[in-house]
Design a protein around this ligand. Structure first.
Ligand code: ADP
Length: 451
């Protein structure tokens, strides 16, 4: 990133410098063209005067030079030998034959040249013309602006480069620092440390908002996954625990039989009966576990209009022996048609009603009341203490078992009721008064309705 920014920065700088250079050189070129034109016109006029001159060439050269400040006039022979000069001593001057403007003048043309003068270290413009046999007139003019411009330009460029290097270091450091902070903010957002990172550059804001939204979703999904994993491991631990006690009991009684510790037929019968009842308890746990895991995984559910009244009557019929055993009056009141999964409704009603009977008092009652969008299963049984109510629907939660040791459930029934109610668009709740009875309600929303 740092390198890329530096590259872009320097490309920008180089382009600017090239453009500045072109501008400077164009200005110089215009200046040269302008001076060149005026030098040629002076040359033309002066060559006219010269043809008539007969006397002192040096004086004549100086008088031509007086036409324009800084103009230098030189008279030379075809051999390049300097005859007179407006500024210097002709005798001391070197032969000028190799100068391009002199060469052109010898050939009868108007010679022009522009170069750095070896003697004066300044850029000079030259023009030369033959004025008579063996006499060449040469004019020269210093273009100091070029030298000055080049000096100023070079110093300017050096200063500019120094400033740009300092600025570039700071700017690049600032940008890379800001981007690093931004990346760190994004990391913290993804890890859930901060909610919304503030954009260092406003252009980043939409992307950051999106990242923050996705991070929130991911974090909440992650929490859900963690919660599910922890529930799973609790579930496995609880299920193993639930199976261990009956298994230990089965093992104990089987050993008793094996080692001949149960002598009498009554003792043997007691051992076998215990083994059977423990096995049926394990079977109940396994069936409930399977039902619950199926309920959590099943996808292709068949929803249809279900007559809850008919299902409730079937259940009342099926549970009538248990109800009769405790002399419990089991009734169904009201009607209800629900768009739902029939076997789920069956399971919900079965669990709630069988609980009502199991935890009911002898000679008491259990009512299945069907109302608009609601199933209520109420009883006047032993009731539940308030402190247990928030946990009743948790897997394997059982209220103090010392209440009635003959009633041994799995602690999964209400959790199955909750899971099945939810997938049918219902929510389950409980009201209870300890010693007086309980009321379980499943309220269905209309969401599952076909229309
Ligand atoms: P279990 O198989 O133990 O009955 P449930 O999940 O069905 O498991 O019930 C959880 C606990 O809620 C039970 O252990 C029981 O103590 C209590 N409970 C459920 N229904 C009733 C009820 N109708 N009356 C009193 N207590 C109940």
């Amino acid at each position: 990133m740092k390198r890329k920014l530096q590259k872009i920065y320097w490309i920008g700088v180089i382009c600017t410098l090239i453009m500045a250079t072109i501008a400077v050189f164009m200005l110089i070129a215009f200046r040269i063209i302008d001076k060149n034109d005026s030098l040629i016109s002076i040359l033309e006029t002066a060559s006219g005067w010269t043809q008539a001159v007969d006397g002192d060439l040096n004086a004549h050269a100086r008088s031509i030079a007086g036409v324009s400040p800084r103009l230098r006039v030189t008279f030379l022979m075809d051999s390049g030998f300097v005859l007179a000069d407006s500024e210097g001593e002709a005798a001391e001057m070197s032969n000028h034959l190799d100068r391009p403007e002199i060469q052109a003048a010898i050939n009868g043309e108007i010679g022009r040249s522009f170069r750095l003068s070896g003697t004066q270290s300044v850029f000079m413009l030259y023009a030369a013309k033959r004025v008579s046999d063996n006499l060449i007139l040469r004019l020269s003019f210093p273009i100091e602006i070029i030298t000055n411009a080049l000096i100023v330009y070079t110093i300017g460029i050096i200063m500019l480069l120094v400033i740009l290097i300092i600025f570039q270091k700071r700017a690049v450091l600032h940008i890379t620092g800001a981007v690093a902070t931004q990346i760190d903010d994004v990391r913290r957002t993804l890890e859930g440390e901060i909610e919304t990172p503030k954009a260092v550059f406003s252009e980043f804001q939409p992307a950051l908002d999106n990242i923050s939204y996705q991070a929130k979703r991911l974090n909440s999904d992650l929490k859900e996954v963690r919660r599910t994993l922890s529930l799973r491991s609790d579930f496995v631990a609880n299920a193993s625990h639930e199976l261990r006690s009956p298994l230990t009991s089965v093992m104990g009684f089987a050993e008793m039989l094996d080692e001949g510790l149960a002598d009498t037929p009554e003792e043997k019968k007691m051992c076998i009966q215990t083994i059977r009842s423990e096995c049926s308890r394990m079977l109940n746990v396994v069936e409930d576990v399977l039902l619950l895991s199926r309920a959590e995984r099943e996808k292709d559910l068949i929803f249809k209009s279900v007559s809850v009244y008919e299902v409730a009557n079937e259940i009342a019929q099926a549970l009538s022996p248990q109800a009769a055993e405790k002399n419990i009056d089991l009734r169904v009141e009201g009607t209800l048609i629900l768009y739902s999964v029939e076997k789920d409704i069956w399971e919900i009603l079965y669990n709630l009603t069988s609980n009502g009977i199991r935890y009911g008092k002898k000679g008491g009652w259990v009512k299945i009341c069907l109302k608009k969008d609601e199933i209520i299963v109420a009883d006047n049984g032993i009731g539940i203490e308030e402190m247990h109510l928030p946990h009743l629907f948790e897997q394997f939660y059982r209220v103090d078992q010392s209440r009635d040791p003959s009633v041994r459930g799995t602690g999964l029934g209400l959790s199955i009721v909750r899971t099945l109610s939810q997938r049918n668009g219902g929510s389950v709740s409980v009201k209870s008064e300890y010693g007086k009875g309980s009321e379980f309600s499943v309220l269905f929303s209309n969401k599952q309705s076909p229309d």
